[in-house]
Design a protein around this ligand. Sequence first.
Ligand SMILES: [Zn+2]
Length: 416
Amino acid sequence: MHRRHVLAATAPALRGRSIAILVLALAAVALVVATSPAANTAGTPAGAAAAATPLRQSFDMQVPAPPTPVTVAGKPQLVYELHLTNFTSAPLVLQQVDVLDARDATVIAAVRDDALDRRLHRPHAPAGSGPRTIAPGMRGVLYFELAIDGDTLPRLLEHRIAFHDAGRPAQAPAIVRGGRVAVRTGAPVVLGPPLRDGPWAAVYDPSWERGHRRVVYAFEGRARIPDRFAIDWVKLDAGGRRAHGDEDAVGNWYGYGADVLAVADAVVVATRNDIPESATLSGRLQYRFEDGAGNHVVLDLGDDRYAFYKHLKPGSVRVAPGERVRRGQVIGAVGFSGHAGGPQLHFHVADADSPLGAAEGLPFALADFEVLGAYEDFDTLGRAPWTPLGDEMAARRTRELPAPITVVAFGTHGSQ
Ligand SMILES: [Zn+2]
């Protein structure tokens, strides 16, 4: 039964005649195993494993958004989440999660202990539930950003989980495999810069507990992460400061009012231009959830990809829905409207034109940018200079997603 289930799950993802033949061969073997009493008692490793592992319920394992490889700091990365729902009546404690290349069960990543704690988010977990524990009926979300070494990207991922019942830590771990997902083969969309010049800090970090990447919205019947690859762009001076004089005054921020550029030839699908903003950070306005993006522009890039620009300056939006824009065209100005930490441009790409979260965030690459350095610690951004790039790193980057909290420069004309 188990073997048949695996084959059924695999078949739609396979391509090519030789693989089809392999599938037929495996199906024939499965049929023999299933129909021959001798095979079940022959003491094969498969038979022994089946005898040693009684059937038990555990997790439903799902990868809702298949990963698309995107290059970050010279290496391809797979960014995605594994959702685990506990369908048993007991709290289950995760011991280790392995990411496997499903073709040959090679371990691509093994996560346990503190690393597992950092990667696991348990929405609304019951108070007092232990670390790595998923209560009955509850869900855990594991966040992966896998940097792939070497030239060969896995095409099909699978996950292996070792776990035990919360009340029986000495118990031998139970193992469950699942969460198969095909890696998307298409390259991420390559875009022009959303801003000119620099230095601009690419503010995001996948590990932030409440940052873009970890905010799941369950709208329109599905849990999604629209900001999976979102970046907040904040302009700095050479000393790493965000503002001249008093940082509380929005108008003192270096980025405030900077031109925002179309990243591609595209069609405008949505705009807002009338949401007010305060003149100071301390006087920050309260916004309804629906207005959290502030003034914004959404561009249809084609192929079910949409670019989102948020927190624009009131009255600065120069385009209207239905209008065609050219790459590099000025469409608005950096502002402080909506739920923003300061004057900044929020930019992301997603698979639907919903500014309210009913869309999955997609990776994107910037065609060309210069890396000036990076911050090791987000808390020093705005207070100290960034750490310059080491000599061994190439400053000029093409077709990459900027790495977390790097400081970059774009061309003067937005089309370097
Ligand atoms: Zn943002």
